[in-house]
Design a protein around this ligand. Structure first.
Ligand code: CA
Length: 227
């Protein structure tokens, strides 16, 4: 699991770093807003721990800029010394998912991070679920809104991989590899299969789950969950 800490206070940053690294996380650090934003845009982190008061651009602004990309749903925990309700509302409006007032216990921060990361975590469970769409790896049953959907083996593989990696940007090559390993058919095969998959799991329903990130790949997400 990869976590990005954006915090200019060296002592706080170091203690968070040590705690998370010791817990088995892969941790990156930035000490100012601009560096933090660049790092956050360059890599798909599982969670970002973001200080509010930062040199360069502050936590609110950074959050706002990250959220300008509607596909970038990385959970953000905002850290702040200011504990007024007003600030809290401002933080959530700018797109933070959770909030922690300094000083806080590292254990508490870790608990919040763990909870948020579940949204983007890969799962090994046989029953996969996103919104009203479910897929069972054992019975190979796929349902959306209570209706059973029949998929051919290729479409099933495709959907299973997407559902094992929700809320994560998946490159075309990664999806091709998941379905065909090193022997993908022609270059348009993935596009065709995704289009067929969309016809059955998205098109008949109100809210699509498969999103195209132009120039990069695809992301499976439930937009309703963010409301
Ligand atoms: Ca600060």
């Amino acid at each position: 699991m990869q976590v990005l800490i954006i915090e200019d206070n060296q002592d706080i940053a170091a203690s968070i770093y040590d705690y998370f690294e010791a817990s088995g996380y892969i941790v990156d650090m930035a000490a100012d807003g601009v560096t933090g934003l660049h790092m956050a845009l360059a890599k798909d982190y599982d969670v970002i721990i973001l200080d509010l008061g930062l040199p360069g651009i502050d936590g609110y602004e950074l959050c706002r800029r990250l959220r300008q990309d509607p596909h970038r749903l990385v959970p953000i925990v905002m850290l702040t010394a200011k504990d007024t309700l007003e600030n809290e509302l401002e933080g959530f409006k700018s797109g933070a998912d959770d909030y922690l007032i300094k000083p806080f216990a590292l254990k508490e921060l870790a608990a919040r991070v763990k909870m948020l990361s579940k949204r983007v975590n890969r799962t090994s469970a046989s029953q996969l679920q996103i919104g009203d769409l479910s897929l069972n790896m054992d019975t190979r049953e796929v349902c959306r809104a209570g209706k059973q959907i029949n998929l051919n083996p290729t479409l099933f593989k495709l959907l299973a991989f997407l559902m094992q990696n929700p809320y994560r940007l998946i490159k075309r090559e990664e999806l091709e590899y998941a379905v065909w390993q090193n022997n993908p058919p022609d270059s348009d095969a993935l596009r065709t299969h995704l289009s067929n998959l969309r016809q059955v799991i998205d098109k008949p329903f109100e809210c699509p789950f498969i999103h195209t990130v132009r120039g990069f790949g695809y992301k499976l997400m439930d937009n309703k969950a963010k409301d």
